[in-house]
Design a protein around this ligand. Sequence first.
Ligand code: WQD
Length: 334
Amino acid sequence: MKILLTGGTGYIGSHTAIELIKQGYEVEIMDNLFNSKITVLDKIEEITGVKPKFYEVDLLDKEGMRKMFEEGKYELVIHFAGLKAVGESVEKPLKYYENNVGGTINLLECMKEFGVHKIIFSSSATVYGDQGVSELTEEMQTGVGITNPYGETKHVIEEILKDVAEADPKFEATILRYFNPVGTHESGLIGEDPNDIPNNLMPIIMKVSTGEIEKLKVYGDDYDTVDGTGVRDYIHVVDLAKGHVAAVKKMQPGISIYNLGTGKGTSVLEMIKAFEEASGKKLPYEIVGRRAGDLAEIYANPSKAERELGWKTEKTVEDAMRDTIKYLDYCASK
Ligand code: WQD
């Protein structure tokens, strides 16, 4: 099966490309390289022996996408491409709606024109908004209390996929709601390497450990959690990538929705401790005020993916920290 990965040189896309190639799938990658580097293709080749065909195309370049689909003759699209900086989305909502929603409409129109009926969409736990409980399950109502335009775009795209599935009986869409991806490939050759200023905890911890950022700001220690700091479900990116392979194997008509998480919550202070144990050095941090829009504690109920996809996480936060240190050492050696 020939699969197109939009945003495939990104953090999750590149790890997914590796797992798909290992399973014998033919993978092609489309990316605008706004928040990733083309050298990732060489790393994918170093790890798998295969260098995926690459198209430098933007989601808003519909003609460029049409040419790619004309050549590609794909059977399935995994749609990672999108802007994902929560803070920036608050400042620039139109940029996020145009790129994420408008770009996805372009993609879906190309799929329709060229007879591609299967899509796996990279969604996010952020679509749950504030459910008032910590453990999140797929049948919960989404789109209520989402605190940023980035999360709204993910919700709107989910709704678009549901409506397209209603209108087209041949359409098969699987929505994967990620929790908090962390870690790197065990080779240490690829990892989270954003071009933009990171918002997420792990890339910031990585930059604090290399000295690029002076210290980590812990956003609040007065939540009703195990130690007062925010609790999230940190899933190893390789487990996440394998979740996509499991989804590829179980595509079906209509809409399928799955949480991809560990089912376990870890606090910010526990993440700091895990990183310090893996790195053998103290991580400078200070407790500051809460970040607007943050919830106290959220984690996945991943039982539906286990039941229907035969997938569950195998790696731990400690594995993610170990692999991240290996990646940092590799980056420092270049
Ligand atoms: C995690 C925890 C922070 C940074 C976001 C998106 C979500 C998904 C994952 C894409 C929280 C704390 C963080 C820092 C801190 N992204 N923190 N200091 O907010 O759970 O989710 O990323 O799909 O859509 O909303 O992730 O990594 O920003 O924060 O204390 O410098 O770390 O308060 O408790 P979040 P995060």
